[in-house]
Write a protein that binds this ligand. Structure first.
Ligand code: FAD
Ligand code: DLZ
Ligand code: SF4
Length: 538
């Protein structure tokens, strides 16, 4: 059971002299713990720094989103009468790093103390340990209470387990929060509607038009800055259309609940070439920046169900993603880092193929998912997991390279959420700590869930030979290559039984065709060879 836990670091009105409250770019929440108890005369510091915009070469839209949302948040605080010291990226004297910007701000304001909310990432948490010595001022680090499960509560739930299962955690969270519960029982008598939530999109069905978020002067200035300063980063800017304020984000939530949630469950796993976003919420960037809270989003979905505006399989399927998966991966991240990122259980060592950047591959599903990503800094969960992720798993791509790709290309990507999803769910690099089996699938799965295969040069029906879908070859080859590590997993018994029923010459053909395909991925001089990103994405 998740037990009650003490909260540390929440403050009442300040009994200090001047406090410098440092708000990071993904902490744009008015009732952030660090902003709690702000006194007259206190100063909020926000800094745009080169280190954060380039520690990986983020998609242009991600940088624009974070900077525009930061500037809007600062303006909202100022409108309340709060003093905000805001350092723009191009400001004279900007040193480009959190620590040195804090030092400069301390010289400007001479605070008695610095208050900050713990960051989302391990990398930044380590930096914070250095700040007292660096600035000569005590630093109070407060809990991030925007999550429904605190780090300590997750640790308590995890106990001595060496592997965790989302389903059990999720049920505990339902009980503990009361979300979608009727007394002690799950609403509708069932915890899980996954079986109903795997429908293929019927021919002719299209998602409703999405709301458009007008670019104001702040966003336009940021887009110009990003276009000139980060021209060589991956991704297009022209389709930028993300909510940059809480008001926009609430409008996006309202639109989703009214227009898309009713069909979210049924078509949650479907993929459509001409309608890539389907009935998904596109709320992850707003949630991860702090423009929306996890609780309000779950409550809005529950209320739609209670009003009869959305079926239970939709509300449950959606709430499971946030109350379940989102909280779960964050819990695993903080419990297991930093060692978590170092494991490579399947000993995958192949470099990331070049087409992950260019989209130039004849595999239509991959080309579509990558081009959608490049245009929108977005792909939905099944594109990430079962197309780009599945290919990387089957091809044995080095986990660190896949992780970096995912951290770069999505507008919602932050280490705490990207890393467990990629390292654990996609690459199975943690050996099963986060998921009970690798999410590996052949072309048949992609064909069942999408319309990609109809426009592909390969055929999902062909298992070997000319025109055979590479996912088919790679799937069985992956099982053979990793037999020792995977066959003891209960959920892998069936695929291994099927493999064993194949005659040995067929298995040998698969092996040699898969080997040839994988060697082709690395051939220098082909479209697929791996190179540094250079200036190719302008
Ligand atoms: P919807 O499908 O509408 O889902 C609703 C919400 O549920 C999302 O907004 C998100 O907050 C949450 N959610 C759903 N699945 C997950 C999950 N597995 N983990 C955490 N939250 C989840 N999500 C991120 O926010 N940032 C990432 O960097 C990220 N990287 C991912 C990498 C891989 C390989 C995979 C398989 C998944 C990743 N996810 C990530 C989870 C998920 O794909 C995105 O949250 C989702 O696609 C966001 O789009 P949406 O808001 O339309 O989601
Ligand atoms: C992602 C990002 C970017 C691109 N730029 C900034 C920035 O200039 N200033 C800032 O405070 N935060 C930025 N961020 C978000 C941080 O990377 C994020 O706060 C840390 O990763 C901690 O989770
Ligand atoms: Fe992808 Fe294979 Fe279908 Fe082509 S045939 S779209 S490679 S799954």
């Amino acid at each position: 059971m998740l037990g009650p836990l003490p909260r540390s670091g929440t403050a009442g009105p300040s009994s200090h002299g001047l406090t410098l409250v440092f708000v990071l770019g993904d902490q744009l929440t008015r009732d952030l713990s660090a902003l709690n108890g702000l006194a007259p005369g206190d100063v909020v510091l926000m800094v745009e720094v080169a280190d954060e915009t380039t520690y990986v070469r983020h998609h242009k839209q991600k940088i624009a989103l974070v900077l525009s949302a930061m500037r809007h948040f600062a303006a909202e605080l100022r409108a309340e009468g709060i003093t905000v010291d805001y350092v723009e990226l191009d400001a004279t004297g900007n040193t480009g790093a959190f620590g040195t910007e804090l030092v400069r701000a301390v010289a400007r304001h001479r605070p008695d103390r610095i208050v900050v909310t713990e960051p989302g990432e391990w990398r930044v948490r380590r930096m914070m340990d250095e700040w007292p010595a660096l600035t000569g001022v005590p630093v109070e680090i407060r809990d991030d209470d925007r999550f429904l499960c605190s780090r300590a509560e997750f640790r308590h739930w995890a106990g001595d387990r060496r592997s965790y299962r989302m389903e059990f955690f999720y049920r505990e969270m339902r009980r503990r929060t009361g979300i979608l519960m009727d007394g002690d029982e799950p609403a509708g008598g069932r915890w899980n509607f996954d079986a109903e939530n795997r429908k293929r999109l019927p021919k002719g069905m299209r998602s409703p038009p999405r709301p458009v978020f007008e670019r104001d002067a702040i966003t336009s200035r940021v887009l110009d800055l990003v276009a000139s300063r980060f021209a060589d980063h991956f991704g297009d800017l022209d389709a930028f259309d993300w909510p940059v304020t809480r008001r926009d984000a609430v409008n996006a939530l309202d639109w989703f609940i009214a227009q898309a949630l009713p069909r979210f469950g049924d078509y949650q796993d479907a993929m459509a070439e001409d309608d890539p976003r389907l009935f998904h919420a596109l709320l992850s960037p707003s949630l991860n920046l702090g423009l929306l809270t996890a609780r309000e989003v779950c409550v809005a979905a529950e209320q739609a169900y209670r009003r009869g505006d959305a079926p239970l399989n939709a509300a449950e399927g959606f709430i499971r993603q946030i109350l379940g998966w989102r909280e779960y991966v964050r819990g695993v991240y903080w419990l297991e880092m930093p060692a978590y990122a170092e494991t490579n259980a399947l000993e995958a060592e192949r470099p990331l193929p070049w087409f992950y950047w260019s989209g130039e591959t004849e595999m239509n599903c991959l080309a579509r998912a990558i081009m959608d990503t490049r245009r929108h800094a977005y792909a939905h969960h099944i594109q990430r997991l079962m197309v780009t992720g599945n290919f990387a798993l089957l091809a044995g791509i080095r986990p660190a390279e896949i992780e970096e790709w995912y951290l770069i290309v999505y507008a919602d990507a932050y280490d705490w959420v990207e890393l467990p999803n990629v390292h654990g769910m996609v690459a199975f690099a943690d050996g099963g700590m986060l998921a009970s089996k690798p999410y590996a699938a052949s072309g048949a799965y992609i064909d069942r869930m999408s319309d990609y295969c109809g426009r592909c040069v390969y055929s999902p029906q062909l298992k070997t030979g000319k025109g055979a879908c590479p996912f088919n070859l790679l799937y069985w080859d992956f099982l053979m290559r990793n037999r020792q590590k995977l066959e003891q997993l209960p959920r892998m018994a069936m695929p291994y039984r099927t493999l064993d029923r194949m005659d040995s010459s067929h298995r040998e053909t698969i092996r040699s065709e898969a080997r040839a395909f994988l060697e082709g991925l690395a051939e220098p001089g082909t479209k697929m060879h791996v190179a540094t990103q250079g200036d190719l994405f302008g």
